[in-house]
Design a protein around this ligand. Structure first.
Ligand code: HPA
Length: 261
């Protein structure tokens, strides 16, 4: 247990902080009152991407980790997803909200839109994608993954976003590619035929690992660009830059709204 030392003066809610995995769309949480930053975390799967910041957001105990690490250095295929999930579980989290910047495939997924996806198609490969690798994962379980995201937590995010008049997309298929390169136009066309609404690079194996670990996990994505072949080619980076700041601000407001004290 990571925070055992502090448990004697913790309240009930402190004991189950909400885990937040910050992505490209949420590099840091300005509103987070950090009580403790732990840079020395090690799990049975190795070290998480960066320090675990435990603090309060809108009065609610949260535990925050940056998916790409400090300075956004870790590429999607180099992230130790198992260590990140394990570290949040070890910190006592029962619920995890995963933030992600994504590309929009369908017209409805316009830049700036908040999306709470309800399905996943995994196109990533070669990633350590399960805790059931050896004895560290315990007795093998084939988790049910019919609905990859936690329905209640997803609904709470949708409701909070609607309350803020953010016009969120409730549901959508999140296609997860390997990266770090962006996709070709034909790859995005194929994903559209498959039924994908948005495309990102880090949604898996994170979601499946959270399920294996018994955590309620939901994704809060923000569309930062039109996916490849859907708009002006190399202008994609300018579009991402232009959308990211507002997206981060919206997500932070959403997190504050969704975390009741
Ligand atoms: N493709 C994949 N991942 C992404 C994109 C994209 O267009 N935008 C943000 N993350």
């Amino acid at each position: 247990r990571l925070f055992e030392l502090h448990e004697s003066h913790m309240s009930e809610t402190d004991i189950a902080p909400i885990g937040i995995i910050g992505g490209t769309a949420l590099a840091d949480l300005a509103e987070l009152e950090a009580a403790e930053t732990r840079s020395d975390i090690d799990t049975s799967w190795g070290a998480p991407s960066g320090p675990l910041v435990r603090g309060h957001l809108a009065g609610r105990a949260v535990c925050f980790v940056m998916r790409h690490g400090p300075g956004h250095k870790l590429a999607p295929h180099r992230i130790n997803y198992r260590a990140n999930i394990q570290a949040l579980a070890d910190a006592g989290c029962k619920q995890v909200i995963a933030i992600a910047a994504v590309g929009g495939i369908t017209d409805a997924m316009r830049a700036g839109r908040i999306v709470i996806p309800d399905q996943i198609i995994d196109y990533s490969w070669g990633r350590a994608h399960s805790f059931y690798d050896d004895e560290r994962g315990g007795l093998l379980d084939h988790i049910d993954f019919t609905d990859p995201y936690d329905a209640a937590l997803s609904k709470a995010l949708v409701d909070a976003a609607q309350g803020l008049k953010l016009d969120p997309a409730a549901g959508g298929v999140h296609g997860v590619t390997q990266g770090p390169r962006l996709e070709t136009a034909a790859e995005i066309d194929r994903m559209a035929r498959d039924g994908c609404d948005i495309v990102g690079m880090t949604g898996m194996p994170e979601a499946a690992l959270a399920r294996e670990a018994g955590l309620d996990y939901a994704c809060c994505a923000v569309v930062v660009n039109k996916a490849a072949g859907r708009s002006g080619g190399a202008a994609i980076h300018a579009e991402i830059e232009a959308t990211l700041a507002q997206g981060m601000a919206d997500i932070e407001r959403l997190l504050v709204a969704v975390l009741p004290e």
